[in-house]
Design a protein around this ligand. Structure first.
Ligand SMILES: Nc1ncnc2c1ncn2[C@@H]1O[C@H](COP(=O)(O)OP(=O)(O)OP(=O)(O)O)[C@@H](O)[C@H]1O
Ligand SMILES: [Mg+2]
Length: 403
């Protein structure tokens, strides 16, 4: 395997950096001038920002690098002296993939550079090719997000991808919460609509009328998307048949050209009907055995007796600080290609959850936001991952020694 090419912005001062970034298997180039550094960055696998010459700051440079199309995939490791959460958030928001605090621990630096390098190699393998995906209703697109296991980030991915599509096509996307309980989409967006899916289910005229849906049930969010909220609590959750779900989604698609629907993690008639109606089916999975097993079983069910649905787009949501399974492990376990991985980021997500502003809106140049933008491109058919549907059936047993 070729050496990992690392570009360091800094002076010769740090022994840990020189030793770890230049160890066998890595080739380090050190540059002290920021302009030259930016020019050289695209030819590298990982860039490290140590000493940034004034007047620029590390955050300025993260922003500058993130804005360059050639550098979208090149991971940025920012090094800072302040052990301050706000500073970390600022750097992540500015586009850093990872942040380390001085003094640098050699083993930690080694592990983080390794992880960033793996991520870069992987994203190169998954480099998209252009392919225009057809939809069932010309000019209209229904994107359904589902996970056979709860708590994996399905709602998070749904609202962020809706915002990413909204950023490309203002006023042309609605996000709909068809989960049976608790209306998390509205919570993630911090909106309190008067009417929800629960009310709509009692309004058979409203369900099929784009005009009524637009004027009465869809709430315009300040960030450029429309929202149809789910039932606020279990007691108000409507019993929705498959026909109701199809009718509602068809009505919404007439009102708004792109509809993103959060289907949660139960498998009932509404979910099956929504999956069947969708142009894109996104399955969210976390890198752990329970989620992978549930997803594997769901994919088996689809291939054996289940509903006929669009080829699923698999999104791995990295919700753990430690990466114990490689993307290859996950693909082997599922027997499918992974379309995209959403990076772990406790700080940005915690803040997003507590403030009701999804990461795509609160930190638009951050790594997770850029991944959501890429996912939007894949789903819209601008970029399709190569061999997205290639089968790699090997099953779970080989990976975990479990079945
Ligand atoms: N990549 C990530 N890194 C860190 N935290 C994350 C990440 N993705 C999601 N989270 C957090 O995980 C929590 C659960 O996310 P979310 O509500 O989207 O899951 P869900 O699959 O929709 O759950 P449910 O099954 O309850 O509907 C949220 O607090 C969210 O902020
Ligand atoms: Mg949810």
């Amino acid at each position: 395997m070729a050496d990992t090419r690392i570009l360091l912005l800094g002076n010769a001062g740090s022994e840990a950096l020189n030793k770890i970034l230049g160890k066998p298997g890595r080739t380090m180039t050190r540059i002290e001038d920021a302009e030259q550094f930016v020019k050289a960055a695209p030819d590298h696998d990982v860039v490290v920002l140590d000493a940034v010459p004034p007047p620029r700051t590390v955050a300025d440079l993260c922003r500058e690098l993130s804005a360059l199309p050639d550098l979208v995939e090149v991971p940025i490791l920012a090094i800072t002296s302040t052990d301050d959460v706000e500073e970390r958030i600022r750097l992540l928001e500015a586009g850093a993939d990872d942040v380390m605090i001085r003094p640098i621990d050699e083993r930690e630096l080694d592990a983080r550079v390794e992880a960033l390098d793996l991520r870069h190699r992987r994203s190169k393998e998954l480099r998209p090719s252009t392919l225009v995906a057809a939809t069932r209703r010309p000019g209209r697109r229904l994107i359904a997000l589902y996970s056979p296991k709860g708590g994996v980030g399905t709602t998070t991915v749904a609202v962020n991808v809706a915002l990413a599509i909204g950023a490309r096509m203002p006023d042309a996307v609605a996000v709909v919460d068809l989960t049976p309980m608790a209306g998390h989409v509205a919570t993630h967006l911090d909106i309190k609509p008067k009417l929800t899916v629960g009310d709509l289910m009692r309004d058979s005229q409203g369900m099929i009328s784009p005009e009524i849906l637009r004027t009465t049930y869809l709430t315009k969010d300040a960030r450029g998307i429309q929202v149809l909220a789910g039932s606020p609590g279990p007691s108000t959750a409507p019993l929705m048949s498959g026909e109701d779900a199809t009718r509602t989604l068809e009505g919404l698609l007439t009102a708004v050209p792109n509809v993103v629907v959060d289907l949660g993690s139960h498998l009932d008639d509404r979910v099956v009907a929504s999956l069947e109606a969708a142009d894109d089916v996104v399955i969210v999975v976390t890198p752990d055995f329970p989620a992978l097993k549930a997803t594997y079983s769901f994919l088996e069910y689809l291939s054996e007796a289940g509903p006929r649905i669009a080829e699923p787009t698999i999104v791995v949501n990295e919700v753990y600080a430690l990466q114990t399974l490689t993307p290859g492990d996950i693909e082997n376990a599922l027997g499918r290609r992974v379309a995209i991985r959403i990076p772990y980021d406790p700080l940005l997500y915690l803040r997003a959850a507590n403030q009701g502003t999804p990461v795509f809106a609160s930190a638009p140049t951050s790594q997770p936001a850029r991944r959501y933008d890429q996912l939007a491109a894949i789903l819209l058919g601008e970029d399709a991952p190569t061999a997205a549907s290639e089968s790699r059936r090997r099953g779970l047993a080989g990976i975990f020694g479990r079945s």
